[in-house]
Design a protein around this ligand. Structure first.
Ligand code: NI
Length: 159
């Protein structure tokens, strides 16, 4: 359990694609420790989400969730969620622009086009499958965090 340093834009580790977590690590102490570090770091930074590569761990793990977040005052709450090996697919082709920031890009916020409705499939850290269909800010956060797993920052998606 630790608050880790968040890598900043310009660090080449943010640009590397992350690897899938091998199923043999599901339910294991190493994965649980990584998840706890992500949760602690996200909470310390008041973030709405954090991806493992942002703390220098190139694995496909993200956390997100907001209660009432001063960084996103108009967003509906999202229960804290941990996704291992997530895959996101659009449910319809409609894009919607909405404001985003990123703990790796401090001081910058901008309107980013994202799919409005998506389905995501992933595993919990214990290895149970998760499938959800979401829209709006929840869909936006998932797309933002999963972009990090491909080495993509929101600034790459600005026109
Ligand atoms: Ni981010």
């Amino acid at each position: 359990m630790a608050v880790r340093d968040v890598l900043l834009s310009g660090d080449p580790r943010l640009r590397q694609p992350s690897r899938a977590v091998p199923p043999s690590q599901f339910g294991g102490e190493v994965l649980f420790a990584l998840v706890q570090d992500l949760r602690d770091t996200m909470a310390a930074c008041d973030g709405a989400g954090l991806a493992a590569p942002q703390i220098g761990v190139p694995l496909r793990v993200v956390v997100f969730g907001i209660s009432r977040n001063p960084r996103y005052p108009q967003a509906a709450p999202i229960a804290e969620t941990v996704l291992v090996n997530p895959e996101v697919t659009p449910l319809d082709p409609e894009l919607e622009a909405g404001e985003e920031g990123c703990l790796s890009v401090p001081g910058l916020r901008a309107a980013v086009p994202r799919w409005r409705r998506v389905r995501y499939a992933a595993f919990t850290p214990s290895g149970e499958p998760v499938v959800r269909e979401v829209e709006g800010f929840h869909a936006r956060v998932v797309q933002h965090e999963c972009d990090h797993l491909a080495g993509i920052l929101f600034t790459d998606r600005l026109g």
